[in-house]
Design a protein around this ligand. Structure first.
Ligand code: UDX
Length: 445
């Protein structure tokens, strides 16, 4: 099938590449000329394992195209995806200006009947606005062309996005017309082979499903962070508690890792946006508000541990930070907890030596040159001359460090924001250890 996708961010680029991988003829459209030119030459705007080789291969096989020419991309397509960003506006609602701009462009350029698929995470009711924007343009042009707006939210995770797209656990389709549902089922058939992974529903339910999924996952994380704060106060070890509850299949093992709070492009903004939607409909979303509040507090937790350890005297201290990305296997620092920690350390007068396997360019882009930030080339270099280490992202290479190197830290102390180390092992090696919710080295607060 001939498919066009607007937006070459995570969702658009991964979806487009995977659809070309299974044989469709895909055109990815973006307004950013430099991004499109880079993609044509095989340079990706994001780091996502396995994606670059797929882009290059499908590009040279002639199934994957990149363009800024929206009109041409729309004219030839049977299915047009909207996969542009929905950043939060001042009050936390999703800002729909990019989605609606694409909708207008579609209306202005549609030549034959098509299915318009909304893949951006959008508040309930957006499909209707998209439909209105397209219809408005068509009536201005005084033409009548059949089109259908479908909601088809994306559930991919950064770092594992290609796998999530090629092997989805479900494909949610929110549509009114059977013909559109059938067409999308045919489009996606190779991803699901003979498994029935399609969940077909009305458009509004599909829109809400995406928010419900992310809010549920964010809730699990905030819940565990809440329990970890209680564990710290009562002298329990959250890691034992986690093992004790995860074996109950009703709870499950996933998304019950306490840590430095959730970050990234989805959870923080989607929890907020869902809360705003609820408020706009006259409902006070107490649980969602608490999920966000707990997360905000948790993002400050590692700093509080550091601050307390040094009796509030941080002005002459240097803290090494391992991990800047909001999670491993990505270079994304959007809403990353590392940012809050660094900014708090700087405000307290401390210096930072930071290392991340992939996010160094991103850190440079965000912070530029600063006297209180040294971006290091290796994890070992970050430790040099530092008083303490804070682990913020659980990259694999941080998991089995050389303990002797930890002893060279001015204060021989490690703040483990992801509970990746064995406290006993570190303490036996003469290194002070603070984890999250592990009931040691910490009191009160
Ligand atoms: C998420 C959803 O998982 C995905 O389905 C949706 O499409 C987009 O949002 P992503 O933001 O890429 O994906 O990352 P995810 O792996 O879900 O992690 C989000 C954040 O939660 C990270 O900061 C991670 O460190 C944190 N997290 C995750 C925890 O703190 N504890 C956990 O147990 C799991």
């Amino acid at each position: 099938m001939k498919v066009s996708i607007f937006g070459t961010g995570y969702v658009g680029l991964v979806t487009g590449t995977c659809l070309s991988e299974i044989g469709h003829d895909v055109t990815c459209v973006d307004v950013d000329e430099a991004k499109i030119e880079g993609l044509r030459q095989g340079r990706l705007p994001i780091y996502e394992p396995g994606l670059d080789s797929m882009v290059v291969r499908n590009g040279s096989d002639g199934r994957l195209h990149f363009t800024t020419d929206a009109a041409a991309a729309i004219a030839g397509a049977e299915i047009v995806f909207i996969a542009v960003g929905t950043p939060p506006d001042e009050d936390g609602s999703a800002d729909l200006q990019y989605v609606l701009r694409v909708a207008k462009t579609i209306g202005a350029n549609l030549r034959t009947s098509a299915i318009v698929v909304n893949k951006s995470t959008v508040p309930v009711g957006t499909a209707q606005l998209v439909r209105g924007a397209i219809a408005g343009e068509l009536s201005q042009r005084k033409v009548e062309i059949d089109f259908e707006v479908v909601s088809n939210p994306e559930f991919l995770k950064e770092g594992d996005a290609v796998n999530d797209c090629m092997h989805p656990d479900r494909i949610v389709i929110g549509a009114t017309a059977d013909a559109a549902v059938d067409k999308l089922k045919r489009l996606y058939a190779p991803f699901v082979r003979n498994h029935d992974r399609f969940v077909v529903m009305d458009v509004r339910s599909a829109e809400l499903t995406k928010y419900a999924a992310n809010a549920m996952l964010a809730t699990k994380i905030s819940f565990m962070n809440e329990i970890s704060n209680i564990a710290e106060r009562v002298g329990a070890d959250i890691e034992m508690v986690r093992r004790g509850i995860g074996s109950d299949p009703r709870i499950g093992w996933q998304f019950i890792y306490p840590g430095v709070g959730y970050g990234g492009s989805c959870f923080p903004k989607d929890v907020q946006a869902l809360a705003r939607t609820a408020q706009q409909h006259g409902y006070r979303p107490q649980l969602l508000d608490a999920v966000e509040e707990v997360n905000e507090r948790q993002k400050a937790h590692l700093f509080e541990l550091i601050h307390r350890h040094f009796d509030g005297q941080l002005s002459d201290r240097t803290v090494a930070i391992w991990g800047l990305a909001f999670k491993p296997d990505t270079d994304d620092m959007r809403a990353a907890s590392s940012r809050r920690l660094m900014e708090q350390l700087w405000a307290a007068g401390a210096r930072v030596r930071a290392y991340d396997p992939e996010a160094m360019d991103e850190a440079r882009r965000i912070y530029g040159e600063r006297v209180d930030l040294v971006l290091c080339d290796s994890m070992e270099e970050a430790l040099r001359g530092a008083d303490a280490l804070a682990v913020v992202t659980e990259w694999r290479q941080f998991r089995s460090p050389d303990l002797a190197a930890f002893r060279t830290l001015g204060d021989a102390v490690v703040f483990d924001g992801r509970n990746v180390y064995d406290p006993d092992e570190l303490e036996q090696a003469g290194i002070a250890y603070y984890g999250i919710g592990r009931g040691r080295s910490v009191t009160g607060g």
